[in-house]
Design a protein around this ligand. Structure first.
Ligand code: NAP
Ligand code: HSE
Length: 432
């Protein structure tokens, strides 16, 4: 049987998962790919680091050139993360006609064009299933299984860390900081967890997914982004009162000839299937014009689930022919030009939580401003005073309205003396 040598760049959470799967399922992988996979080298930053996985010492290196200059290594598995030196190592490897498997969404969303072009020129494969939604085979599904469809809408919970945090806050009343620490310990979070909690990670992933789903080049900045750091247990409780649940939702839909692309905390009906996606699970909900509604669900982060997607990408290269004959073409995701809509142009329902001085007439002043801006209110909740404090929480939920009208109203409401703070504004998605 043909033996194929591969190298891992990185032996952290994902690298460990890849190694363990190759040990655990070596025979299945060999039968399915027709090749025996041998890990020939593993690049790390610090060889003396204590690791949760045991690998033969002689495989570990800190010198990338040892891997690059070994012509017997045919596949490079980049699971180190970050932009540099990952980009440089991938470009150099492609130059040497080595196939690439990567889990690096930040790199692909930023330099995907350059890397895919280079892979095409060198006639090698660049696979990236693990870059979006961990173990869920969503890239393969969009690229292969859904090609008969025009995709109309895509909604995703595509960051495991934030979903883990929001689920624990909602179901167990846990504290944000403690749950984030737990997500880091479990290997869900990025090296810099700001990327998760401020929504950057989901923004990169939505740029990749929407490029594929809508056949157009989507840049990172085309995707509007907000993170979850302003969400408090109060917002979660109010959402519950309204029959809603808060998720960091990635939304891509084509309306009036424009693509709407956004990642932000979103209140969704507690009865929607996405509301029941908890823990580090991810889900991608797609509406195609032929297939109708589809939902993909699975672990969005963690060593083995992500490793599962990485190893499948390795197998797909082995099956395609590692020696480059019969190579499957690298995806072209720039079939059409699509205009990208502005966040101000969206129409949504909104939840607004404020803190106001409890005096006669305040509610009237606020609702009058909303009325003048054409924003119709659906519900208002005022929570009674706590002890003798004068300030109370006032929550407003609107009917469908344009974001620019809502923002105009909020800006004016802020200036009322009795309005102490606009604590939060969260969009509500009905999936209509
Ligand atoms: P990680 O735990 O931080 O591991 C990174 C590994 O890369 C470490 O082994 C590190 O070496 C090595 N490394 C980093 N910079 C290096 C450098 N300059 N030279 C040599 N080695 C270097 O990261 P991870 O969680 O496995 O994530 C890896 C990639 O997969 C990222 O792109 C991430 O976005 C993506 N991803 C992660 C998950 C997940 O669940 N964690 C899921 C999907 C995709 P040392 O061990 O010596 O420090
Ligand atoms: N940090 C990422 C997450 C890893 O939490 O979803 C998976 O891409």
């Amino acid at each position: 049987m043909k033996k194929v040598k591969i190298a891992l760049l990185g032996l952290g959470n994902v690298g460990r998962g890849v190694w363990n799967i190759l040990q655990m399922n070596g025979e299945e992988i060999m039968k399915r790919s027709g090749c025996q996979v041998e890990v020939a080298k593993i690049l790390v930053r610090d060889p003396s680091k204590a690791r949760a996985v045991k690998v033969p010492e002689e495989l570990i290196t800190t010198n990338f050139d040892e891997i690059l200059n070994d012509d017997s290594i045919k596949i490079i598995v980049e699971v180190m993360g970050g932009i540099e030196p990952a980009r440089e190592y991938i470009l150099k490897s492609l130059n040497k006609k080595k196939h690439i498997v990567t889990a690096n969404k930040m790199l692909l969303a930023t330099y995907g064009d350059e890397l895919f072009k280079k892979a095409d020129e060198e006639e090698v494969m660049l696979n990236y299933e693990a870059s979006v939604a961990g173990g869920i085979p969503i890239i393969q599904a969009i690229n292969e299984s859904l090609t008969a469809n025009k995709i109309e809408k895509l909604y995703g919970i595509i960051n495991g860390t934030t979903n883990f945090i929001l689920s624990k806050m909602e179901l167990e009343g846990s504290d944000f900081e403690n749950v984030l620490k737990e997500a880091q310990e479990k290997g869900y979070a990025e090296a810099d967890p700001t990327s998760d909690i401020e929504g950057f990670d989901a923004q990169y992933k939505l740029a990749i997914l929407s490029s594929l789903a809508f056949g157009t080049k989507v840049k990172i900045d085309d995707v509007y982004r907000e993170g979850i750091t302003k969400i408090t247990s109060k917002d979660i409780r109010y959402a519950k009162d309204f029959g809603l649940v808060i998720k960091l939702l990635a939304i891509a839909k084509e309306t009036d000839g424009k693509l709407q692309l956004r990642v932000h905390p979103t209140m969704i009906p507690a009865t929607h299937p996405l509301a029941n996606v908890h823990d580090s699970f991810n889900a991608v909900f797609i509406k195609g014009n032929a297939v109708d509604d589809l939902m993909f669900y699975g672990r969005g982060a963690g060593d083995l689930p992500t490793g599962s997607a990485v190893v499948a990408d390795i197998v797909s290269i082995l099956r395609s022919d590692v020696d480059t004959e019969n190579r499957l073409p690298v995806e072209k995701n720039n079939l059409w030009h699509k205009e990208i809509g502005e966040i101000n142009d969206i129409t949504s329902r909104y939840y607004i939580r404020t803190t106001v001085t409890d005096r006669p007439g305040v509610l009237g002043e606020i609702t009058a401003i909303f009325g003048r801006h054409g924003v119709s209110l659906r519900s208002v909740i005022q929570r009674g005073r706590i002890k003798n404090e004068e300030e109370v929480g006032l929550v407003l939920v609107t009917h469908y309205t344009e974001e620019k009208q809502l923002q105009g109203a909020i800006n004016e409401v802020k200036d009322i003396d009795a309005v102490k703070e606009i604590n939060n504004m969260i969009r509500i998605e009905d999936f209509n």
